[in-house]
Design a binder for this molecule. Structure first.
Ligand code: GLY
Length: 397
């Protein structure tokens, strides 16, 4: 495991533990799977529970962009630090996972191009570029001819573009396959279709979980259930402010020998993510509709219209898949990481919102290290659940 993040010890009985703890993980998305994998590598007995099939929630729905620089927003400097830290961990994480599993995860390193179409888009891009430069991010301004030289099928009338050189992509569905293979080799018990209803506590510390009809003893419980993280009863810990943020997506099929795009491209209202097998993923709507699974004409029309304006020849391609995913959005759009203040032995790894795949390596590393050593990496310190305990803040959902 990389030791590149600085850290300091926090007061936790976990750090005093001699034997490796028994760990129960609630949620078998990429977070739960990767934390389980890292802990099993360190010799812990790990069991992972999921209400459905492992890796079929946001981990399956995502586009796999590692877009720390392209998606930066004003006022999110601490989240940017976390995102950048994780982005830097991705190559080693991918190499470790591929070696452990024997499966490729298709980490691609072309960078991301963000384009403007109208003069208004161009002004917004300039503003974003100024912010990215002020934050010291590795960005390059491209004029329309330079952008089209890199991606010849882009619309002829561009107003400008930004190349974010260190923003990459990974095939998130292959990451799920690789994590399941690595877990199998590490001997981790994965329980699918086995919903966890309650974390059992006694005297302020974890005793185990109730999963289906089973009572499972555990020293540590990691809550990594994504958008479903409020569905588990954990008295006396308060329910987390995590809600589902619906995203509709679709995929069209390009010729893999002559793809229309090689870079991930962001345009107004759309991102387009090309895969090695020729799939081109278009995403995503952002809808506050709870766990609504409807694929709507309006949502799909918006995606196709925005995509067509950026990449006109897309209209020739067959649609091969349409789907809905649920981002686990927290109240401040940042993840919830680290120990519960109320229940010793309860650890959170949820609320990753738009950045789940990007934040995978840093989450796995920081949570595994905390469970093993009671040490919390500095970069995740600002993202504890306690930040939501201010009296003025009302619960969402
Ligand atoms: N990060 C892309 C999305 O959430 O749609």
């Amino acid at each position: 495991m990389s030791a590149s993040l600085s850290s300091h010890s926090i007061s936790s009985p976990l750090s005093a533990r001699k034997a490796r703890p028994r760990v129960a993980i609630v949620g078998a998305g990429v977070m739960g799977l990767s934390i389980g994998w890292r802990l099993a590598q360190a010799g812990c007995a790990v069991e992972i529970f999921d209400a459905g099939v492992a890796g079929q929630g946001a981990s399956h729905a995502a586009a796999g962009m590692l877009a720390a620089c392209a998606e930066v927003e004003p006022g999110e400097e601490r989240l940017l630090d976390l995102n950048r830290a994780s982005q830097k961990l991705w190559p080693q994480f991918a190499a470790d996972l591929e070696a452990a599993s024997g499966e490729s995860v298709d980490l691609r390193t072309e960078g991301i191009i963000t384009v403007g179409l109208t003069a208004d888009d161009g002004a917004k891009l300039r503003h974003l570029y100024t912010l990215q430069q002020a934050l010291g991010l590795p960005v390059e301004w491209l004029n329309p001819a330079e952008a089209r030289r890199r991606e010849p099928h882009l619309a002829t009338r561009l107003s400008g573009a930004i190349l974010t050189l260190e923003d990459h992509q990974v095939d998130n569905r292959k990451v799920v396959i690789a994590l399941k293979a690595a877990l199998g080799k590490a001997g981790v018990a994965l329980h699918e279709h086995c919903p966890v209803s309650r974390v059992e506590t006694e005297g302020g510390r974890v005793r185990g979980i109730i999963a289906g009809e089973r009572q499972v003893a555990a020293d540590v419980v990691v809550l990594a259930a994504g958008a479903w993280s409020r569905g588990v009863e954990i008295a006396p810990a308060p329910a987390l402010p995590v809600r589902p943020v619906k995203g509709q997506m679709l995929a069209v099929q390009m010729d893999p020998e002559a793809p229309l795009l090689n870079h991930v491209v962001w345009g107004p209202g759309i991102y387009l993510t090309p895969r090695r097998d020729g799939r081109l993923i278009l995403g995503a709507t952002t809808e506050e509709k709870g766990f609504d699974t409807q694929i709507t004409a309006g949502g799909q029309l918006a995606l196709l219209t925005h995509a067509w304006r950026v990449l006109p020849t897309i209209e020739e391609l067959p649609i091969i898949e349409q789907w809905v995913g649920f981002r686990p959005g927290s109240r401040d759009d940042a993840p919830i990481l680290g120990p519960s203040a109320e229940v010793d032995g309860l650890v959170y790894a949820t609320g990753h919102h738009r950045n789940g795949i990007l934040l995978l390596p840093v989450t796995a590393q920081a949570i595994a290290r905390f469970v093993l050593d009671g040490v919390l990496d500095d970069v995740v310190q600002p993202f504890g659940a306690a930040r939501f305990n201010r009296p003025a803040a009302a619960e969402c959902v």
